[in-house]
Write a protein that binds this ligand. Structure first.
Ligand code: ADP
Ligand code: MG
Length: 346
């Protein structure tokens, strides 16, 4: 069977089945945003790793090296944020084509360190090797959590929340691809430059919601949590699958930014496409039982109620008039040709 028949997540399930839990101290292994490992009765280690491949995750004609370093760190710290944890240490490995300038690699590390310093996280190691033609980046992050929030605790009736806004990163990537974000005078565009820059900035230098994630965990409000890396439809699907529930999302409640709204007419697809399938927003999606809703009101960061967990396993989108349509996981899936949007940069 070919990889394209089962897709990235089918393959991960197959790996999961083959990988027996070796130690009683592996509290959570494959299947969540980070593994949770018990080092002692009072210390839980979080561990997560993510790769970025030239031509798959990034295109060097769209990104500068500082942003690339920043983003490699951000996507990894986001997985610690999704567990409600605190990042502490990271390791970064690079496979570099020989033509890349030393200054470019230094600039990558300036960006990487710029992001991790904001989160009091230290770079403590890695690996360096040559690559025939493409730049390959692998980052591992280690963190800690008192009470990790997993993907598995959502229950029927819980309300679904998301931080920040959705779709900006996917829109930013499309503006980059179309030339609207560049200096090309032929790229006619009536969207104010500041709005374009905001969207492109969200794509190139995302902010992992580390502080928000730990506030959510500390408040004890969340029954489950995941970060929105592949796209809302796919990440909600992962959460529903792991919790064995379904969900209904309200299309009129989905949070979109002013910059996105002002740019929407320049984009090829409907806003809903970027919100559901765009990916790389690195916002936090979490569920809250009704009895704990008051705790969400105390948050001082932007958070929006977007739907409800249901029984069964279906995901449904409901409009203001109550009309329902089924949602499929159409965010990014390596090896699959359907739905891939934000990360397919070539
Ligand atoms: P995320 O999008 O949050 O980074 P992924 O979808 O990449 O998560 O991974 C989901 C889960 O599968 C994680 O627990 C991850 O560690 C695990 N995983 C992914 N690829 C592999 C692999 N090749 N071998 C073992 N575990 C893997
Ligand atoms: Mg994740």
């Amino acid at each position: 069977m070919k990889l394209s028949n089962i897709g990235e997540f089918g393959l991960i399930h197959a790996i999961q089945k083959l990988s027996v839990r070796r130690s009683p101290d592996t509290m959570i292994g494959i299947g969540d945003d980070a593994a949770v490992l018990k080092l002692s009765p009072s210390v839980l280690l979080l561990a997560s790793t993510d790769m970025l491949i030239e031509g798959v995750h990034f295109d060097l004609s769209f990104t500068d090296y500082y942003s690339l370093g920043w983003k490699s760190a951000a996507v990894n710290l986001s997985d610690i944020a999704a567990m409600g944890g605190t990042p502490r240490f990271c390791l970064t490995s690079l496979a570099l084509p020989a033509h890349i300038a030393v200054e470019a690699v230094k600039e990558y590390y300036r960006g990487f360190n710029g992001l991790i310093r904001k989160h009091k996280t230290a770079l403590v190691g890695g690996d360096t090797c040559s690559s025939k033609d493409r730049l390959v980046i692998s980052v591992t992050v280690l963190g800690e959590a008192k009470q990790p929030v997993t993907r598995t605790g959502a229950k029927q009736g819980d309300r679904i929340f998301v931080t920040g806004t959705l779709g900006d990163s996917g829109a930013g990537l499309e503006l980059l691809k179309s030339g609207a974000a560049g200096k090309d005078p032929k790229a006619k565009n009536n969207t104010p430059r500041s709005d374009i820059e905001k969207l492109v900035g969200k794509h190139l230098r995302p902010s992992p919601r580390v502080e928000w994630g730990s506030q959510i965990a500390r408040s004890g409000c969340a029954s489950s949590m995941i970060d929105v890396s592949d796209g809302l439809s796919s990440d909600l699907f992962h959460l529903c699958e792991e919790s064995r529930v379904g969900a209904v999302l309200r299309s009129d409640a989905l949070p979109i930014s002013g910059s996105f709204l002002k740019s929407a007419y320049r984009l090829q697809r409907s806003p809903l496409h970027y919100v559901l399938s765009g990916g790389e927003d690195y916002e936090l999606l979490f569920t809250v039982p009704l009895a704990r809703m008051k705790r969400v009101e105390a948050f001082t960061f932007p958070v929006t109620e977007i739907g409800m967990i249901t029984g069964g396993h279906k995901m449904v989108l409901m409009d203001a008039a109550g009309r329902k349509t089924a949602i499929r996981p159409t965010g990014y899936n390596h090896f699959s040709r359907i739905g891939n949007c934000a990360k397919q940069t070539l």
